[in-house]
Design a protein around this ligand. Structure first.
Ligand code: ATP
Ligand code: MG
Length: 396
């Protein structure tokens, strides 16, 4: 095909799986095909590599897919040539010229030969093609810390590629069950959701607002964050719940210092009810131990008691800088730092309890008779469906 491009993706951890590896690989291919539906792209998996071949006009769709598919460790646009050394050298030179133009000064060649009939072994391929680049004066060799690695793979054809692009890594989305993410407008929860998607989980979200105390901008922020998550999750669902009445009730009936913990309990109970309705097998939160006053192990323990489902906290041991760096990579950071506040901040007590016990929390919950309000809030929820490209498709 004229003007055809080829992408080669490395599958990471997936390649280490033995027993159910076929299922995982099949899911990865299916996920890639979903992204490329309606295009002329062809997806194929062979010997630890995924290949996407498509006409030039589908290149940006293929690149979007490759940057959003968990299960892929890295990808590159590759040149294919016949298995003649001269043709391979020419492709290597082309990759070197492009990278030198982008400022690379040092390089190394990594060669792999799965076709053992090819007359040169890996070392010889690297030596021959590397000499070509070195002699051209374009770049110097640095085998330890090069600016550019040029990869040559001799398979059914020869493949040559330069700079590899980052991908989400982990396992293909859809291979790890379903989870329900408590998504707020902060930095942490979108990263927690992203981490679980990269472990193969299909993640839906639930957001609690307190309109009119919280602004439409705060809600829009969460919709935008859910859209970003949906691009890794092959689409998704955002459930929006009004907690205004719940928060007013808590303010009236709960000792002030406990309002944050009790609000968390109410969120947990409502999330569990929704999870059971929609078939989620776990609750996911963005808590990180000690990050804010409400996130002590005692408070986490007190809230945990209200979930019969596993509560997954992927960020519990992570440092804020690590979390922020992931948020920047996914694009959620610039949305999360917008100033609009979610419902917790507005009703926050001056001196929240740092070490609530289960007994204290149970005794407050028993007196409050808040369950009917939680059920009502759940019944009246709004539901947004989001496409794998991040577009909001429908409400209700
Ligand atoms: P984040 O940055 O994710 O908002 P945070 O550091 O601000 O987290 P908290 O406000 O204590 O921490 O919230 C802890 C977790 O509780 C959040 O990561 C999120 O999973 C959940 N959560 C908090 N507020 C809401 C909300 N309004 N709707 C849904 N989940 C929420
Ligand atoms: Mg928050």
């Amino acid at each position: 095909m004229k003007n055809e491009v080829l992408y080669l993706a490395r599958i990471g951890e997936l390649s280490l799986k033995c027993g159910n590896r076929d299922d995982f690989e099949q899911r990865l291919v299916q996920n890639a095909q979903l992204f490329l539906e309606g295009s002329k792209a062809k997806v194929r998996l062979s010997a630890g590599r995924m290949y996407i071949r498509c006409p030039e006009e589908n290149a940006s769709a293929a690149e979007f897919a490759l940057s959003h598919l968990s299960g892929i460790a890295g990808w590159a646009k590759a040149e294919t040539t016949g298995k003649e050394l001269e043709a391979i050298k020419a492709a290597v030179m082309k990759a070197a010229e492009k990278a030198a133009g982008e400022g690379c000064r040092t390089f190394k060649i990594e060669a792999r030969r799965s076709d053992k009939n090819f007359p040169l072994n890996s070392f010889e391929i690297a030596r021959e093609t590397g000499a070509e680049v070195f002699n051209s004066g374009l770049m110097k060799v640095d085998v330890h810390n090069p600016d550019l690695v040029i990869t040559v793979e001799i398979r059914e054809e020869a493949f040559v590629y330069g700079k590899e692009n980052e991908a989400p890594r982990g396992l293909p989305c859809g291979t790890g069950g379903r989870g329900l993410l408590l998504l707020s407008g902060g930095i942490d929860s979108p990263v927690a959701g992203y981490r679980m998607i990269c472990r193969g989980m299909k993640v839906d979200s639930i957001y609690f607002h307190s309109h009119p105390y919280t602004s439409p901008e705060a809600r829009k922020k969460v919709e935008d964050l859910a859209s970003i998550l949906a691009t890794y999750n092959l689409g998704g669902h955002l459930n929006i719940i009004s907690f205004t009445e719940v928060q007013r009730h808590i303010k009236m009936h709960c000792p002030e210092a406990f309002t944050t913990v009790i609000l968390r309990v109410c969120m947990m109970k409502t999330a569990v009810m929704l999870a059971e309705k929609i078939g989620s097998q776990a609750i996911i939160t963005g808590e990180s131990l000690g990050q804010v006053a409400s996130q002590t192990i005692e408070n986490i323990n007190a809230v945990n008691a209200y979930s019969p489902l596993p509560v997954i906290r992927p960020l519990i041991g992570m440092d804020k800088e690590e979390i922020t760096s992931t948020a920047k990579k996914t694009g959620s950071y610039k949305i999360s730092i917008l100033p609009y506040e979610d419902c917790c901040v507005i009703f926050s007590p001056k001196h929240p309890v740092l070490k609530a016990t289960r007994e204290e929390v149970t005794s407050i919950m028993d007196k409050m008779d808040i369950e009917p309000l939680l059920e009502k809030a759940l019944t009246e929820r709004e539901h947004l469906r989001i496409s794998r490209f991040g577009e909001i498709l429908s409400g209700k």
